[in-house]
Design a protein around this ligand. Structure first.
Ligand code: SF4
Ligand code: SF4
Length: 178
């Protein structure tokens, strides 16, 4: 897997953080735009945290793929059959069914016997961006993944309640006790 190198830089900038923080507060107080808040949160998140570690080549991210690849919840075989017609690129991802017929996750059929991608150059953006995408969307990386969320070397004071909650959530989800 491959992702932006900047996501792996361990030092943050207090000046950049406080500029983003100010913009966050202005939006939170006056404009109240969810779209702006999400964009600022993503930037702030990468000013405070980074992806540490390295890939263990376990290929679990190719075997236990999240259900949101279709941008909506796919719960069962009929949902899958309906959605896959419009998402032919995702045909490589095969649903893994639970006993009750629900879909537990997706497993990629491009994974070869040696745990390698059989068409690495042709992999999708969701493969290229993992596990950065996991941190952006869900605020954490999976326990089994060799990449972990770590704290950068700045510790700014955050009084805004909504931002404080978001930062605390990242810390809790990633077992960052500080
Ligand atoms: S296309 Fe390759 S990198 Fe992407 S999930 Fe499948 S095996 Fe993994
Ligand atoms: S789950 Fe993490 S450690 Fe395992 S192959 Fe994927 S990126 Fe690498």
């Amino acid at each position: 897997m491959l992702f932006k190198k900047s996501a792996q830089i361990s030092h943050g900038s207090l000046i950049t953080f406080y500029i983003l923080y100010l913009a966050y507060i202005v939006n939170d107080t006056f404009f109240k735009s969810n779209k702006i808040q999400e964009s600022l949160w993503e930037l702030i998140k990468f000013e405070l945290f980074y992806l540490d570690g390295a890939c263990l080549n376990c290929a679990k991210c190719c075997r236990y793929i999240d259900l949101n690849i279709f941008e909506k919840q796919i719960k069962n075989r009929s949902d899958y059959n309906r959605e896959i017609k419009n998402h032919s690129l995702y045909k490589r991802f095969k649903p893994v069914f639970e006993d009750d017929g629900s879909i537990a996750c997706f497993c990629c059929s491009w994974l070869d016997a040696e745990n390698k991608c059989s068409n690495y150059e042709g992999r999708l953006p969701l493969c290229r961006n993992y596990p950065l995408s996991s941190f952006i969307l869900d605020d954490y990386t999976y326990d089994y993944c060799g990449f972990k969320i770590a704290r950068k070397n700045i510790n700014p004071k955050i009084n805004n309640l909504s931002l404080k909650k978001r930062v605390e959530k990242v810390k809790k989800l990633n077992n960052l006790l500080f």
